[in-house]
Design a protein around this ligand. Sequence first.
Ligand SMILES: [Zn+2]
Length: 279
Amino acid sequence: MPEGDTVWQAAQRLHGALAGRTLTRSDFRVPRYATSDLTGRAVLDVTPRGKHLLTRIEGGLTLHSHLRMDGAWKVFAAGQRWSGGPAHQIRVILGTADRTAVGYRLPVLELLRTADEQRAVGHLGPDLLGPDWDPEQALANLREDPARSLGEALLDQRNLAGIGNVYKCELCFLLGVTPWLPVGELPADRAAALPGLAKRLLEANRDRPVRRTTGLRGHDLFVYGRAPRPCLRCGTSVRLADQGDGSRERPTYWCPVCQAGPAPRPGGYTAAGRRRKRT
Ligand SMILES: [Zn+2]
């Protein structure tokens, strides 16, 4: 699942391939834009905004895309074999004289006026990798609903933009609290540390192909994907349960010893009393 760092890397790749160059190929494979033609226009820049990508095109246009679960932008040199998936999964092709950018499986793809970008991304909170980053505002947003679980609040891009499920789990481990802890019960020192820690994690990983949060040789992540193996810090078996609002459950990993706070019990209930799925 793409997180802010993955989207940042995609934006860098696209920007390097397209920015400052004129489009010689424009091929939309979605009905809504089947007749749109961007050839002859220059690409101005490609900017990540949280987990959204904004490709600005000469003439006041922005191509807005979002990768969601498995979308991808690939860049190919002339003559190179395309490798992003079968042709029917291609949603858009943008080409210059020597590079072709191909958008695969993009669940969100819309052509907007650049002046209307806020309609697409205006709901986002401060962007962890963006020029608008504002740690105080991010923390204030997170605390707006003190009863909400920390894990869900971290994933809500309206609070702060860029955290996906992997960083949600790793951040909660680093903060020493479970993802089910109500935001309002986060100790003050850890709440104060949270925005800076989240930013450091994303920044440290934005140029890496593999996400790392541990600094330990041979181990990239503390808890995510590690159940039921032993916790790297205390040796207790890492736990796994779903977290979500019922419509969107996310596999969530934690160490019951290193992380304080409520968590789903084998009986199917959290300490907070909400019905949970069995793990
Ligand atoms: Zn532990």
